[in-house]
Structures are given as structure tokens and as C-alpha cells.
Design a protein around this ligand. Structure first.
Ligand SMILES: [Cu+2]
Length: 66
């Protein structure tokens, strides 16, 4: 499955890195591509991964899902 998230609060490549690692840390996520310019993340994951889980991971890292 593929989910695209809008992410608020990223201002530099460090933020991109944090969000990428946070998303990859969710069990069931196979890849995460985060883009600073478009403030979005494209996440590939298995069926077991909920939007809530992705949102929680982003928020735990200190950012917000718009
Ligand atoms: Cu930053």
C-alpha cells in the first residue's frame, strides 16, 4: 500500500531525515520518501499499518501531519 502524508513543521534536511527515520521505524513500513519542498511523505507499507500509526510516528518525532 502507498500513503501520502502532508507534513507540517519541517524546515531543513535534518527534519527530512528525522521524519524519514520515524516513518521507517513503524513496523510494516518498507520505504519512506520525504520531500521538503512539497512538505510531503510517500510511504510504502503493508496492510497492517494504519494512518494513525504513521501519524503518531511523525508526531512523536516532533512534526505534524496536516
Ligand atoms: Cu530541520
Amino acid at each position: 500500500m502507498k500513503t501520502t502524508l502532508k507534513i507540517d513543521g519541517m524546515s531543513c534536511e535534518h527534519c527530512v531525515h528525522h521524519v524519514t527515520e520515524a516513518l521507517k521505524g513503524v513496523v510494516g513500513v518498507s520505504s519512506a520518501r520525504v520531500d521538503l519542498k512539497s512538505k510531503s511523505a510517500e510511504v510504502e507499507h503493508g496492510d497492517s499499518v494504519s494512518l494513525d500509526a504513521l501519524r503518531a510516528a511523525v508526531e512523536e518525532a516532533g512534526y505534524e501531519v496536516a
